[in-house]
Write a protein that binds this ligand. Structure first.
Ligand code: NDP
Length: 478
């Protein structure tokens, strides 16, 4: 039997679907799973694709089944299991074999693993895969980080399985070591913001306009045909229109309002903070998930404090207000994406990756969770202005911000006055308002810092005098 083109370890939700996708595109693939029964089940369920799958019960058998230099995808639980699996695999590998971690790794782990293999003759690829189960099976978005040589070895297979946007594959080599996993992390950070902003708009429709889940679903379905067209808006409409098999009510009304998180949102925020890049909408989204998980505390607080003692949302023209909500969501989304891309631009410098922004937007247009028509507009904006300091100052997006930020301001104001929480929408608005204001208010912060800590300041007239006339207060504390 001909040797497999590629190997895959980990036949869980993502690994099994990725393996079927690889086999379906005509690539022979060797597979291995820690629990051997799962391997047998997988092959039994593979139908006609069985012919392209080589099931292996031991690591030795698995390695021998793959044509050298061997690309081996590891698609297992992220963290320590990946290190353990690599340790088990390593003694069986030969020069130029490539271990590819396709799970949701922290890019700092990817850098460590990459460095650890550097002079060993083996190579490491950190590969972000987005699209969930469906994407893995029929075409994910794939973000690759590693050496360019190792990318060349896997390019053909990955291109064959990636999602396509107008025929263009949603896979790219983005740079050395942790580049792929970093970009995947920021993809997820943006996803957190996108989802939170949708949830806040849903809250205004549900608690402000008192609309039913089905009615709100219709609003989202309509928006999905316009500028907000995206996978997340599409599934939100579907989710809102779905009935509970137990009892028949809208299923969303039966779901506990506690959101889970696995870490990529938090990592995005930590890395943004480490580099001093404001990512306020992503931060707000991560914090909102944490707040959501404090269900018991929130219920107790509502008993003690009550809901805000304010007038309910009052809307004279519901149709016009819903139109404003649509534009507000678009404006806020621009803020979140601008922040995500700004974090990647800073990381690109910090880690010497040379991240290609238009390419990143391109490979997110299909396959991944944040896929949308909007990403095509980002691709075009960054292609025309690759060195733009921020997405919102590219000509196309500057026009979009100017056109939609009034809606965001009205929606945030109305929600705040009605006591409806909109932390991510408000963060995006605050970001725009701060970013576009040449003369801010940090002069007072500098004066305060100098007063209590003698930290000094620069003057606007360039005069070489860096401390204020604070007298005995100067340098009073830290
Ligand atoms: P599953 O829980 O479905 O599968 C986990 C897999 O990991 C199983 O094959 C399991 O093997 C294996 N595994 C766990 N611990 C070990 C270990 N110590 N040594 C060897 N194998 C181990 O996970 P998913 O497929 O959902 O996720 C896999 C990776 O993909 C994760 O990093 C996840 O974050 C990432 N990911 C997931 C997405 C999703 O939508 N689910 C989307 C994008 C990325 P066994 O059968 O023996 O238990």
């Amino acid at each position: 039997m001909a040797q497999a083109e590629i190997g895959l370890i980990g036949l869980g939700v993502m690994g099994s679907n990725l393996a079927l996708n690889i086999a379906e595109k005509g690539n022979k693939i060797a597979v291995f799973n820690r629990t051997v029964e799962r391997t047998h089940e997988f092959v039994e369920e593979a139908g006609a694709l069985k012919d392209n799958i080589v099931p292996c019960e031991t690591i030795e058998e698995f390695v021998a089944a793959i044509r050298p230099p061997r690309p081996i995808i590891i698609m297992i639980k992220a963290g320590d299991p990946v290190d353990q699996q690599m340790e088990l695999l390593r003694p069986h590998l030969e020069k130029n074999d490539i271990m590819i971690d396709a799970g949701n790794a922290n890019f700092r782990d990817t850098m460590r693993r990459f460095d650890a293999l550097k002079d060993s003759g083996l190579t490491f690829i950190g590969m972000g895969v987005s699209g969930g189960e469906e994407g893995a099976r029929h075409g994910p978005s794939i973000m690759v980080g590693g050496t360019e040589d190792s990318w060349k070895r896997v390019e053909k297979v990955l291109t064959s399985i990636a999602a396509k946007y107008n025929g263009e594959p949603c896979v790219a080599w983005l740079g050395e070591n942790g580049a792929g996993h970093f970009v995947k992390t920021i993809h997820n950070g943006i996803e957190y913001a996108d989802m939170q902003m949708i949830a806040e708009i849903y809250g205004i429709l549900r608690d402000g306009l008192k609309m039913s889940a089905t009615e709100i679903g219709e609003v989202f379905a309509t928006w999905n045909m316009g500028r907000l067209n995206s996978y997340l808006i599409e599934i939100t409409a579907k989710v809102l229109e779905a009935a509970d098999p137990i009892g028949g009510k809208p299923i969303v009304d039966m779901i506990l309002d506690k959101a889970g998180q696995k870490g990529t949102g938090k990592w995005s925020v930590i890395e943004a903070q480490n580099m001093g890049v404001p990512a306020t909408a992503i931060e707000a989204a991560v914090a909102a998930r944490s707040l959501s998980s404090l269900k018991g505390e929130r219920e107790a607080a509502e008993k003690i404090l009550g809901l805000p003692a304010v007038a309910p949302l009052s809307v004279s023209d519901k149709t016009a207000f819903i139109k404003d909500l649509e534009s507000a969501l678009l404006a806020a989304k621009i803020g979140a994406y601008a922040q995500g891309f700004a974090v990647m631009a800073a990381a690109s410098k910090e880690f010497n990756w040379n991240l290609p922004m238009p390419t990143i937007a391109k490979i997110w247009r299909a396959g991944c969770i944040i896929r949308s028509q909007f990403l095509d507009e980002i691709t075009s904006a960054f292609t025309k202005a690759p060195d733009a300091a921020n997405l919102i100052v590219t000509p196309a997006f500057a026009d979009m911000v100017k056109e939609t930020d009034g809606s965001l301001r009205r929606v945030v104001s109305a929600a705040v006055l009605a006591g409806l929480p909109v932390p991510a929408l408000a963060s995006a608005l605050g970001y725009f308002d701060s970013y576009r204001r040449g003369r801010g208010t940090a002069n007072i912060i500098q004066a305060q810092r100098d007063f209590f800590g003698a930290h000094g300041f620069d003057r606007i007239d360039g005069t070489d005098s860096h401390h204020g006339p604070w007298g005995s207060g100067l340098g009073a504390g830290a």
